[in-house]
Write a protein that binds this ligand. Structure first.
Ligand code: C5P
Length: 399
């Protein structure tokens, strides 16, 4: 089926290159709907874009062609990508702040499609800490960027801020479009969050996992078209749209849910920080302080990843996580072997690293080959890198 891209055009001087971006998508067989900001429509007539696109350019939020449809919502559902080129500091700031005062900014909030932004502005504006903070905020939400280039700027300056070349923008857009269905027909099982092992109704053994990494991984699986099952321990996060979320409390409950879903899964990503121990005895009523002795007996919880590793069929890909405070790689390698996983994602924890944060730096380890290191990035971006690698491994496996 033909895919549709909304091309957002704002009022940077680089606007003339937007025509080339439009053409580039069309040449690749993609339908383009152009959305201009009112300021952009003062720089170039919307008619030019309408003629190139073969559809009417949208500028005004309140100009509804048919009373029965709400245009920004209809377009938001129809598109497979929102590509904004050029994007001014103003548009980036509005996206980052959730301001929706024209069609383009409203579309940004209304769509669940991936978003690609190609900034174009004066160097001082690009490098301004406010703009950089807005870009970082958007990246953390999953928005992708085509970096502005260095060169001759409209103001006569030389420097950063020039709109990237149209070919680079189109290439990146097509790559994202390709990704939106790369896991179609596949079932992905993700575990996330901590588990809680109760002592009594008000006390438990747990860890500081926030579930953010696992939720982003589930979101990424959905974005790639996979049927996604998220099995989550207690977190304060909103379940990702499009995934089937199963909420559990203890390691035993997580194990039961995983064993049930496992036979259907093609890819399993165990990002949960399962508690390794639980109390040997639990009570139905709150124990008074005096009733509890100086020590409490604990026992090991079931190792879910290892259990799945034993049951793994040749077509299934199993990914584990290793959160370590020291000797990260050595521990992760050992776990890869012992638990019969195909990939291990290692991250350093402790001293404020990884647990509960929005950022992560991961190392991906396979049986063979070099370790893939990401450097620090948002968990949203890390989930993309991890799934790119998962897809590459799956292809190797199935070849
Ligand atoms: O052995 P360790 O807990 O460090 O292993 C981490 C990996 O094993 C993670 O992928 C985690 O989800 C999984 N795990 C598990 N069941 C446990 C403990 C860990 O599935 N009881």
């Amino acid at each position: 089926m033909k895919k549709t891209v909304a091309l957002g055009v704002s009022s940077s001087v680089g606007i003339y290159k937007a025509c080339e971006v439009l053409r580039g998508f069309q040449k690749a067989g993609v339908e383009v709907r152009v959305v201009m900001t009112p300021n952009a429509a003062r720089l170039i007539s919307p008619l030019l874009f309408s003629s190139l696109a073969g559809t009417r350019t949208i500028v005004d939020l309140f100009e509804e062609p048919e009373a029965r449809t709400i245009q920004h919502v209809a377009l938001a559902k129809e598109i497979s990508l929102l590509c904004v080129a050029p994007a001014t500091a103003n548009v980036i700031g509005k996206f980052a702040g959730g301001v929706a005062d024209d069609f383009l900014t409203t579309l940004f909030l209304a769509t669940r499609a991936p978003v690609l932004v190609a900034p174009a502005m004066n160097e001082a504006m690009v490098l301004h800490p406010r703009t950089q903070a807005n870009i970082a905020r958007l990246r953390a939400l999953g928005v992708e960027f085509v970096e502005p280039a260095q060169g001759y700027l409209a103001c006569g300056d030389q420097g950063w801020g020039r709109l990237a070349e149209p070919e680079a923008i189109v290439r990146e857009g097509l790559r994202i479009l390709g990704r939106t269905e790369s896991l179609k027909g596949t079932t992905v099982l993700v575990t996330a969050g901590p588990t809680r092992e109760p002592l009594d109704p008000v006390r438990f053994l747990s860890n500081p996992s926030s579930g953010k990494m696992g939720y982003e991984l589930a979101r990424e699986a959905v974005a790639r078209g996979a049927k996604t099952i998220l099995i989550s321990g207690p977190t304060s996060l909103i379940p990702p749209a499009g995934a089937r979320t199963v909420l559990v409390n203890t390691a035993a409950e997580m194990e039961k849910a995983c064993l049930k879903a496992f036979p259907k899964a093609d890819i399993v990503v165990m990002a949960a920080a399962v508690s390794d121990f639980r109390f040997k005895e639990t009570r139905d009523r709150k124990a008074a302080k005096g009733e509890i002795g100086p020590s409490l007996a604990v026992e090991k919880t079931p190792d879910i990843l290892a259990a799945l590793g034993r049951r793994k069929k040749p077509g299934q890909l199993l990914v584990g996580f290793a959160a370590e405070t020291h000797d990260v790689l050595a521990h992760a390698r050992k776990k890869l072997e012992v638990k019969n996983a195909d990939l291990m994602v290692a991250n350093a924890v402790g001293n404020g690293r990884a647990f509960g944060t929005d950022d992560n730096a991961v190392r991906i380890i396979a049986r063979k080959g070099p370790v893939q290191e990401t450097g620090t990035m948002s968990k949203r971006e890390a989930s993309r890198v991890i799934f790119d690698r998962i897809e590459a491994e799956l292809e190797k496996k199935r070849r």
